[in-house]
Ligand binder design. Structure first.
Ligand code: SF4
Ligand code: MG
Length: 343
């Protein structure tokens, strides 16, 4: 059905001395094959942990406590990634090979004491079982693919010898090395200047077109979303509050949080600086999670006695769209003009 990965009611929990926190709290969405899904949200929304949960790559004290991550693997089998032992062979055959990660800080993802050729070759030899010579040829191909000039020479360079933008290209080459089907890119352009950012976004689009990659793009930046997304999932405090095709989300946002986010952005040109700062109030701490709708303390439409009491359900709005807000409950299923409303 063209769906590469289906997340169903995913919950991630961490036990702390001060109690249990659920940074990802029952989210559902789908990743269409060969497309880009952007998860957009403020810091603390749980978007990065969602990306890591999809690879079963959570920090030590966190675990998936509910839900499924259903992935259709290269052999055509459906695998629940969340149910695989986090360090076992089954997940290792997927992680880094079929699904790979590009993170915000390229320096942290690379070893400073090995050349980039060595680093890419190790991954290739581990996953694809190629000999040294074939691995080197494949590494060269990857550097070429991501637009690094003089790739044959650059294979023997160390990470510090590259600019920030080129270093991120190296990380993307590393992520591509084993021919993945899905790349999870967590704020991959946030640390870069605007021009370099635009070049890297163009690179993702080129790679997607050439290799049919699915991309999960995690960002706080609506300008980035406008540039690369096919589908959008808006996260707030561990919930996906709205999702749908990018044009629908931008032109007809239905959830008050999405509406507020879009109002906070002056224009969607990527030449501008984008921030999600204009919504009144602060994102509450994970320990002080609001009851009912998590957005109610900041929502201009909150209904006292309702929004602070009852968690709104995901409401299907048609055409792959959902939003979770009580205001939309009456609206479903989006009717043509009824006899009653004409009277
Ligand atoms: Fe606002 Fe209530 Fe809708 Fe939450 S459920 S977004 S508080 S109106
Ligand atoms: Mg993050």
């Amino acid at each position: 059905d063209g769906i590469l990965l289906r997340v169903e009611d995913l919950q991630v929990q961490i036990g702390t001395d001060d109690g249990i926190i659920r940074p990802v709290d029952g989210i559902s969405f789908e990743m269409p094959a060969g497309k880009t899904l952007c998860i957009v949200g403020e810091s603390g929304s749980g978007k990065s942990l969602t990306g890591r949960a999809l690879m079963n790559l959570l920090p030590d004290r966190m675990k998936i406590t509910r839900g499924r991550v259903l992935y259709r693997n290269a052999a055509g089998q459906q695998v629940d990634i969340g149910a695989l032992p986090p360090r076992g062979p089954a997940i290792r055959a997927i992680r880094g090979a079929e699904i790979s990660l590009v993170s915000q800080e390229p320096m942290a993802a690379l070893s400073p004491v090995h050349t980039i050729g060595q680093q890419i070759e190790i991954v290739i030899r581990q996953h694809l079982g190629l000999n040294r010579k074939a691995a080197r040829a494949r590494a060269l191909e990857c550097l070429n693919d991501v637009g690094i000039p003089r790739p044959a020479e650059r294979l023997d360079s160390y990470p510090f010898e590259f600019s920030g933008g080129m270093r991120q290209r190296v990380c993307i080459a590393l992520a591509l090395a084993c021919g993945p089907r899905l790349i999870i890119a967590d704020e991959p352009t946030t640390a870069l200047d605007v021009t370099t950012q635009a070049n890297i976004l163009d690179l993702f689009k080129k790679l997607q077109a050439e290799h049919g990659l699915s991309i999960l793009f995690i960002t706080h930046d609506l300008g980035v979303v406008a540039d690369v997304a096919d589908q959008v999932a808006v996260m707030y405090l561990g919930k996906v509050v709205e999702r749908g095709p990018v044009d629908d989300i931008f032109h007809d946002p239905r959830h008050p949080y999405t509406q507020a986010l879009l109002k906070s952005v002056p224009t969607l040109s990527r030449q501008r600086v984008h921030r999600l700062a204009a919504i009144r109030g602060m994102v509450p701490s994970a320990f002080a999670r609001p009851t009912g709708c998590p957005f109610h303390p900041r929502c201009d439409h909150a209904i006292p006695g309702v929004c602070d009491q009852r968690e709104p359900p995901d409401i299907a709005l048609g055409a792959g769209r959902t939003a979770s807000c009580v205001l939309l409950e009456q609206a479903k299923p989006a009717p043509a003009r009824s006899a009653a409303s004409r009277s």
